[in-house]
Design a protein around this ligand. Structure first.
Ligand code: DX5
Ligand code: ZN
Length: 228
């Protein structure tokens, strides 16, 4: 399993309609040691909220050197995925529940040299993706810690067990946990096998973003020695 924990702050937790706010949030998380920026695309159909589309991804790409971790909470992701590839996404994650043919979409994303992520909702059991894992088609499994659609929700405890189940099925895939992640529950999530932690409200509402990101990584002392 990949050794280091990566942190992917979710930009949905800031006032994303304000370009200046977004630019300064991107600078702050980059300085604070984030590995990715998590971009929650919602279409108002797969989930009731609507956020932004590929033009926003394009804007983010132009204002950060962080890798772009794009989470599509949209219907018919196969129809839109190329727009996100063109916008410069480094990981594209779509929902297992949103398409009839996850296998071909995973293959398509991988063929474009973009990491392919598959997200599973709280009610979707881990075994459903067993065959896709066996075929080595998934680079990142995104386990939802909340029902998709909004930031600032409380973590659903069964999601931690699901992280362990996915890790049992595959020792090397990246496991991203998204929704309700905070410093307190990050320890057990890392232990059970999650190695990309998404956090919106916990990071952006904290007084010291750098310390929070270090704590989420669980490697505070190494990071601080490296920065001496
Ligand atoms: C939920 C999103 C998450 C969420 C993270 O639909 O996918 O990325 O916004 O925000 P917090 O960390 O506040 O739950
Ligand atoms: Zn997300």
């Amino acid at each position: 399993m990949p050794l280091f924990t990566r942190v992917s702050p979710s930009i949905i937790a800031v006032d994303y309609n304000n370009e200046e706010v977004v630019k300064s949030a991107l600078e702050n998380i980059e300085d604070a040691g984030a590995n990715f920026v998590h971009i929650d695309v919602m279409d108002g159909k797969f989930v009731s909220n609507k956020t932004f589309d590929h033009k926003f991804v394009d804007f983010v790409k132009n204002h950060t050197t962080l890798m772009l971790d794009v989470h599509l909470m949209i219907e018919n992701p196969e129809k839109h995925v190329d727009d996100y590839i063109s916008a410069g996404a480094d990981i594209i994650t779509f929902h297992y529940e949103a398409t009839d043919n996850p296998e071909s979409l995973l293959k398509h994303i991988k063929s474009k040299n973009v990491l392919a992520g598959l997200a599973i909702n709280p009610e979707t059991p881990a075994y459903k993706i067993k065959d896709l894992l066996k075929k080595n088609l998934i680079d990142v499994v995104l386990v939802m810690g909340v029902n998709p659609g909004a930031c600032g929700q409380s973590f659903i405890p069964g999601s931690a067990e699901k992280v362990a189940e996915v890790r049992e099925l595959d020792k090397s895939v990246y496991i991203e946990i998204d929704g309700g992640v905070n410093v307190k529950n990050s320890k057990i999530l890392r232990k059970l096998g999650a190695n990309i932690l998404v956090s919106g409200s916990c990071i952006f509402s904290s007084k010291n973003i750098k310390k929070t990101i270090r704590a989420l990584k669980g490697r505070a002392w190494i990071v601080s020695m490296n920065s001496l």
